[in-house]
Design a protein around this ligand. Sequence first.
Ligand code: APR
Length: 245
Amino acid sequence: MSMELETARKRLLAARRVAVLTGAGISQPSGIPTFRDAAGLWKDFDIEEYATPGAYARNPQKVWEWYAWRYQKVMQAEPNRAHTLLTVLEQRVGEGFLLVTQNVDGLHSRAGSQRLVELHGNIARGRCERCGQRFPLPDPARFVPPPYCPTCKARGRPDVVWFGEMLPPGAFEQAERAFAAAEVALVIGTSAEVEPAASLGWLARSSGAYLIEINPNPTPLSSQADCSLRMGAVEGMEALMDGLR
Ligand code: APR
């Protein structure tokens, strides 16, 4: 085992406050496409046509059909070993643990994570355009978009955060507190290019945390990391957590 990995494992083992940030890369082994890689969604789909408030205002049906398609894919996928190992880490650390995800796929909660903040919302929910109520989408097999609010019957939009929108109230503040207080911060499978999530790793680092990054490719955060595991999320989590129970 490399010395860097051994140190990272020791730090993680000793830490009572651990903050984790995940991105699309952690769900890639579950068969869910990322956004900015060679086979990423933003190669085939234009952000301006699918993931902005303007796109939805111009063509809500087109945007909804794309989200319904992604929702169906996500529901056919299963959480992988990296998701599961994060639940093991949460059990171990307890109260001082927070998992912050940019993913809308819901795989962390399906794996059993509880101390979880979904910064960009959840693709399995709609949100009423009139009253703001959030509601689960129908079963993907019989979902025909758009959905309508169970309370006021107005049209619902996808309950996700589009480019140019605010994050859910309080979510980023909670994430910031955890990253500022963390002894160890773990950043997994994100290009670290989308703000404000990208800044969490830097915040932890500048607050004195030991920073671990798991990503097969270098990112703008890599130079800040105390330990860079240049591998996939599953391999990285297995290496870090081996023997930790
Ligand atoms: N394990 C770990 N990381 C991986 C794997 C893997 N098996 N496969 C790819 N990666 C890495 C890539 O190297 C890349 O750095 O995952 C990262 C995915 O980056 P993006 O596609 O940019 O995804 P993410 O960082 O989550 O995007 C942030 O952008 O479009 C928005 O709202 C969307 O939440 C998303 C946000």
